[in-house]
Ligand binder design. Structure first.
Ligand SMILES: Nc1nc2c(ncn2[C@@H]2O[C@H](COP(=O)(O)OP(=O)(O)OP(=O)(O)O)[C@@H](O)[C@H]2O)c(=O)[nH]1
Ligand SMILES: Nc1nc2c(ncn2[C@@H]2O[C@H](COP(=O)(O)OP(=O)(O)OP(=O)(O)O)[C@@H](O)[C@H]2O)c(=O)[nH]1
Ligand SMILES: [Mg+2]
Ligand SMILES: [Mg+2]
Lengths: 278, 291
């Protein structure tokens, strides 16, 4: 048995660069590259060509084991709260979720709780019309918690199965805005038992390491049960989700693959790992 | 901090004798970590480190009394030099209409930035016209119309028309209304979506902009270099606007975009309101990136 053989620096370097370029982060990229070098040295990986498959399997192993089931209320309506920083894809994701639940035979209601940004309500209203679901809105500049209160009442009155709440984009570092979100959460929780059953943080796949700070502060501020990795149809790989699972323990539940209401898919760790090397 | 990291790295080296070019490269590992952590694209980091190493060796850091401080200074100065010079102005046409085309990826902040620009341009004594050339996103036109109304700037909008045609007609509308600056708000698009890239190229052909600005999100990671390069290759960019700098992103995208697009970062967005547009400061950005 030959004792140890070194992986040449160029190959190891290339491997690390693929991982870096995917936004996996310098620390995790270096750890993964070291694991690959060790596997090669110990002949766990026979040939250099098999290294990418080894790393892809490692990436899969670093993500949650089971397919992350979508949260549903044990009884009564399910409430999904959609949150995230400005422009990440929340409103479009709400539309996609509404379509998904409607296709599953559920009665869906959308709540346009972004009362701040110009034409935010109009934007979600267009989607509601295209999908064929009801929407509850407030006046411009209204208290978003009041819109959510009205939507929760309508959910109970109209026997809605799934309420999807779209909120305004907000930077995680703005404490007053994070408090506003927590108030929304409390209001819906008082009206509907167990609500929100799912709080999805929509993350733009082009985001760098700042995504970890976003996941931390949104989780601290309002609690996050899952990520939606939007805009994965671009060239960015969204590798930050590895660091987010590692440090914040929030799993990816869905990926956004375009701008139409069908462009949403459940997260698949294998496909994600393959795309890193794709 | 970066200087502490470089200090530690160099102290370990100096224990074993005098500094050499190889040693300085070891000190550069701290810089590499800092830049990657700040989301600077790894290829841009490589090129940057090579330049800084040459400068550090050239400036005889090897002989200096406090090499770690000197290296930090070389890194900082080189970062400022690369990201500058500051150019926070609209380069108006010498006569007639000035046309500004605003483009970028989905959700980067273009529509909001167009309104901010209109407000700034009007405060310079000019008469801007905002043009709603995003014919794809639901209620995009409504959004720009509302923003225009809130800052009392006229908006040219046409529903159910193609973007290039709207922009062409907008130039005529501007002349009729005696506006002297036209700001074209375009749809968010992927640089790999050929149909959408053709659309914005066609808009540029018919509107013949004097300024074409890429609006990029400051929290963008490695992909900032990829998308900026693609936009720079397909459009004749004259500037970049970096948005959402009121967050806590280190903003390494600034260096990535500046290096690959080769045009200055003119302004930065620091909030959601029309007044939240500020001139880009290379020194402040350098400090932020280096952490
Ligand atoms: N290519 C692509 N574009 C997307 C995706 N999801 C959203 N978008 C686009 O991203 C832009 C922003 O989407 P919005 O849904 O308005 O984002 P938002 O988070 O609600 O924005 P704010 O409410 O302003 O914070 C729009 O142009 C969307 O069409 C996706 O999965 N892929
Ligand atoms: N905090 C902060 N938010 C910003 C800034 N610039 C824009 N935004 C917000 O980012 C979100 C997206 O802005 P838009 O202007 O709709 O972005 P866009 O590029 O036009 O989006 P698409 O047209 O869908 O591609 C909105 O919520 C804006 O209010 C900024 O500098 N800081
Ligand atoms: Mg929205
Ligand atoms: Mg827009």
């Amino acid at each position: 048995v030959s004792v140890g053989r070194r992986l040449d620096a160029a190959t190891a370097g290339e491997l690390e660069e693929v991982l870096l370029g995917a936004d996996i982060g310098a620390k995790l990229a270096s750890e993964l590259a070291s694991k690959a070098e060790a596997a090669y040295r110990q002949r766990e990986v026979k040939r250099p060509e098999e290294l990418s498959e080894f790393v892809r399997r490692e990436i899969q192993r670093m993500l949650p084991e089971r397919e992350c089931a979508e949260a549903r209320a044990a009884a009564g309506p399910t409430v999904i709260l959609v949150v995230g920083v400005n422009g990440s894809g929340k409103t479009t994701t709400c539309a996609k979720l509404a379509k998904r639940h409607k296709d599953a035979g559920r009665k869906v209601l959308l709540a346009a709780a972004d009362t701040f940004r110009a034409a935010a309500t109009e934007q979600l209203t267009v989607w509601a019309g295209r999908i064929g679901v009801d929407i509850v809105r407030g006046g411009e500049g209204a208290d978003p918690a009041a819109v959510v209160f009205d939507a929760a009442e309508a959910t109970v009155a109209r026997k809605v199965d799934t309420l999807i709440v779209d909120t305004a984009g907000r930077l995680h570092t703005k404490e007053n805005l994070m408090r506003e979100l927590e108030k929304i959460r409390r209001v819906v929780g008082r009206k509907i038992p167990g609500a929100p059953h799912e709080t999805l943080l929509v993350l733009d796949a082009t985001t760098g390491q700042n995504a970890i700070s976003q996941a931390k502060l949104f989780t601290e501020g309002v609690g996050v049960t899952g990520l939606v990795l939007a805009k994965l149809d671009g060239t960015a790989k969204g590798g930050v989700v590895l660091g987010i699972w590692n440090e914040v323990r929030v799993p990816v539940k869905f990926v956004g693959l375009g701008e139409r209401f069908d462009d949403l898919a459940p997260f698949d760790a294998r496909e994600f790992a393959d795309a890193v090397f794709g | 901090t970066l200087s502490a990291g470089i200090s530690r790295a160099l102290d370990r080296i100096r224990m074993r004798g005098k500094l050499t070019r190889e040693n300085i490269e070891q000190g550069m590992r701290e810089v590499k970590s800092a830049l990657l952590e700040a989301d600077v694209n790894f290829r841009v980091v490589k090129d940057f480190l090579a330049r800084v190493t040459e400068k550090a060796v050239g400036e005889e850091v090897i002989k200096s009394v406090d090499p770690s401080q000197q290296i930090v200074k070389v890194v900082h100065d080189e970062l400022v030099a690369l990201m500058g010079p500051a150019d926070p102005v609209v380069h108006y046409a010498p006569s007639g209409l000035t046309v500004i085309l605003v483009a970028g990826l989905q959700g980067s902040g273009k529509t909001t930035t167009c309104a901010k620009l209109a407000r700034r341009i009007r405060s310079e004594g000019r008469f801007p016209l905002l043009v709603a050339a995003d014919v794809h996103r639901p209620a995009a036109i409504d959004q720009l119309e509302k923003l225009g109304a809130s800052i009392e700037v006229p908006v040219h909008a046409e529903r159910n028309e193609a973007a290039p045609d709207i922009c062409k007609r907008a130039l005529e509308v501007a002349r009729r209304k005696s506006c002297d600056v036209v700001i074209l708000d375009t749809a968010g698009r992927l640089h790999i979506d050929e149909q959408m890239m053709q659309e914005v190229i066609r808009v540029a052909e018919v509107a013949k902009p004097h300024e074409t600005w890429l609006v990029a999100d400051a929290m963008t990671g490695q992909d900032a270099a990829v998308s900026a390069k693609a936009f720079a290759e397909r459009l004749r960019l004259t500037g970049v606007i970096l948005t959402k700098l009121d967050g806590d992103a280190r903003g390494g995208a600034a260096l990535s975009v500046r290096s690959v697009a080769g045009v200055p970062i003119k302004f930065v967005g620091v909030g959601e309101r029309a007044e939240n547009l500020e001139p880009f400061h290379p020194e402040r950005m350098a400090g932020r990136i280096l952490g």
